[in-house]
Design a protein around this ligand. Structure first.
Ligand code: SF4
Length: 490
């Protein structure tokens, strides 16, 4: 597909919108009218005049031409209005060309609920919902979802204060690689990756200590801890214990309101590891089935079965874990609407406090995409999310956090559902950028939040474990910025 961007700079938004309708097309950008019109050509053009701008969108394929035109008057919000109306014009032509109605309309951003929150604060609840439906062309169902999430998040956001802090620990190792993964996680079955683990854990423990010193010298209050990855339980029980002790010795855990370890892959969960987590005060764990259909699990390169997930969950329950999350993914290869429904039912029957329903995202470097396998359509995935939503609402779960990934099927969302009182604080703090997140480990990103403002500064850790280990001192130099950042706001 050729996407013509003529006399405007809304390239990013237009390309995202084309991808919603044509997720599998390679999009080539042209800044001149293209001569080659053999394949699909989508054209967007702005013509400015003294009192406004004419916006043109067109879809051309063979002899077929679909066009839309808008006019925007010059006013204080001229540029934003042009972008909005260009997106609407493009949406109209792509809708006619494909007969596909994306439920999020022209909204392509990562955080729909954050936008809803900000609109509620500027124009009130009713107008914010109206804006979603009428201007952004979001369906009534998704508008309602964004509104519910915005309200649930608000209560959590209000508990964060300017000196709040959350801690993120990255374990970039997994037992095997899932077909949809583009993360830098190393498969622990690879001897070269396995060899790195002890040194990685040692450096990480050291980074945790240094991070704790920054937190205490700046008087920051630890609200939540989250271990993610990768699969944190891919490392041994002793290594987990060593890191837990580093955290216990470096931070004041008495103030910490939530402590999550994303155990993630059921095939890494053992009684010994759960015991270490329990002894070290971990209050919330994730055990992620992704699907309870064994054929689907095989399709995505998982080496565990649905039965293994249930076994891991029962073991965790018997050891007293009272706050468990389960992740499911809609749109996995070989899955169907019925089978996804069964996965939701199976998860619900186990009574987890949280169920997070993700939409599959087609990451460019994943084997799912590079291997060219069959991909589930956005319309089927949308049906899967509807079924999941209905079942979860019926069983007393409420949506409390939401985000979207780029390249997700049908531009659809990921939603955290929970039983009342079991909202994951870290998910909301991190997604809504409420306060500073100090992050340790390879691939982790520290986000420093201005104490009484919205400015965020990021410090990136090296992505790969070998680089993290070999350039550790350089990285710790970089992290000195934590102190100067806070001092610049004193
Ligand atoms: S468990 Fe997560 S991080 Fe690990 S390979 Fe699978 S998708 Fe990637």
């Amino acid at each position: 597909m050729i996407l013509e961007i003529l006399s405007h700079n809304f390239h990013y938004e237009m390309e995202n919108l084309c991808r919603v309708f044509y997720p599998f097309e390679k999009i080539e950008i042209a800044h001149e009218p293209s001569v080659n019109r053999d394949g699909i050509v989508v054209s967007t053009k702005l013509v400015e005049s003294e009192n406004g701008a004419r916006l043109f969108a067109g879809f051309f394929k063979g002899g077929r031409a679909i066009k839309s035109e808008k006019f925007v008057e010059k006013d204080i919000d001229f540029s934003n209005n042009c972008e909005l109306n260009m997106a609407i014009a493009l949406f109209e032509v792509l809708l006619k060309a494909t007969d596909y109605v994306p439920s999020w309309g022209i909204l392509t951003g990562v955080r729909p609920s954050k936008l809803m929150t900000s609109l509620i604060s500027t124009m009130g609840a009713d107008n914010a919902q109206k804006y979603f439906k009428e201007k952004l062309l979001v369906s009534p169902e998704k508008t309602k979802l964004a509104y519910s999430v915005a309200n649930a998040e608000k209560k959590i956001i209000e508990t964060s204060s300017p000196n709040s802090l959350s801690l993120y620990i990255s374990i970039p190792f997994c037992p095997t690689r899932c077909s949809y993964c583009s993360f830098v996680s190393h498969s622990i079955t690879n001897p070269n990756a396995k060899k790195l683990v002890p040194l990685y854990v040692e450096k990480l423990a050291h980074e945790i200590e240094i991070t704790g010193e920054y937190a205490s010298s700046l008087g920051l209050r630890l609200e939540s801890i989250y271990w993610g990855g990768g699969t944190p339980t891919a490392i041994s029980a002793d290594e987990i214990d060593l890191l837990c002790r580093a955290i216990n010795n470096s931070f004041n855990l008495k103030q910490c309101r939530e402590y999550t370890v994303e155990a993630g892959r059921p095939d890494t969960i053992t009684e010994e590891k759960l015991c270490v987590l329990k002894q070290n005060g971990i209050s919330r764990i994730s055990i992620n089935p992704q699907s309870f259909n064994n054929d689907v699990l095989k399709n995505i390169g998982r080496i565990h079965t649905a039965e293994k997930t249930v076994e891991a969950l029962e073991m965790a329950r018997s050891m007293g874990f009272g706050n468990i999350n389960m992740d499911l993914i809609a749109g996995l290869p070989g899955d169907t609407v019925d089978s996804l429904g069964i996965s939701v039912d199976t998860a619900v029957a186990r009574n987890p406090e949280n169920i997070t329903v993700h939409t599959l995202a087609l990451k460019r470097s994943s084997t799912l995409v590079t291997g060219g396998g069959k991909i589930t359509g956005g319309d089927i995935t949308s049906e899967m999310l509807d079924i999941a939503q209905n079942k979860l609402l019926e069983k007393g779960y409420s949506p409390y956090y939401m985000y979207r990934q780029s390249r997700s099927l049908g531009n659809l969302e990921n939603v955290g559902w929970c039983k009342q009182g079991y909202e994951c604080l870290y998910n909301v703090f991190m997604m809504e950028e409420c306060h500073t997140v100090l992050a340790a480990g390879a691939g982790a990103v520290t986000k420093l939040k201005q104490p009484s403002g919205q400015y965020i500064e990021r410090i990136f850790n090296f992505k790969y474990p070998y680089e993290y280990i070999s350039r550790f001192d350089e990285l710790m130099d970089r992290k000195k910025r934590i102190t100067s950042f806070y001092y610049s706001y004193k």
